[in-house]
Design a protein around this ligand. Sequence first.
Ligand code: C5P
Length: 224
Amino acid sequence: MKKNKIFVACDSTNISKIKKIIEHTSDTKLKIGYKFGLEFLNSKNGRNFISKLKKKIIFVDLKLHDIPNTCVSTIKAIKDLRVNYLTIHISSGLQALKAAKKVSGPIRLVGVSILTSLDNKELKEIGFNKNIKRLVLHQARLAKKAKLDAIVCSAKEVQIVRKVFKKEIITPGIRFHSNNNDQKRVLTPKQALKNGAHSLVIGRNITRGNIKKNIKSLISHLSQ
Ligand code: C5P
């Protein structure tokens, strides 16, 4: 079970809640990392809290989506946090991805493909002509071209992505309890790993309710 990483999405602004998440997930059979998004990083004490975390795998989900210069400046601005992973939307474009990769140093730069909260209907609504699978494959090629260190996609697209992108594949949209919430392209942890995902991002199915109990049910789901 230590082979694959589980990134716990720490989606809250409440420091005590984040401390509880870390405390209740640290000492398990799983290899755990912690993912902090815009919500926590923009909260009053969030950045400072992350700067003090020791011996944890830290994933900063900024989902940069900007011009090359702004992506580069932002990466420079968070370097003091010494995080392990940082996300950028692949749709920022090849120039932005390459520029970001040039300055990211030891941070693993993760390209985000089409969000797991979107389906084909919504993609069309935004104005994309390709379907999700084709678009994700196209973006995986771009991520490879920019020499990104990892890619985020739905577990449903892992097999397609693997054909062209040989590095770490990280999948959110993971559910082992019934409620999909706002996610559209979901699979179970077991299905995601079977498809070849290296790491999983799991938020609410771990952090809502009894965290220890949720971890236990994740471990039992994985060992079945
Ligand atoms: O609670 P849940 O497991 O749905 O949380 C998923 C986490 O992964 C959230 O923090 C969300 O921002 C992030 N994410 C995602 N889909 C992507 C990229 C990141 O759900 N494509």
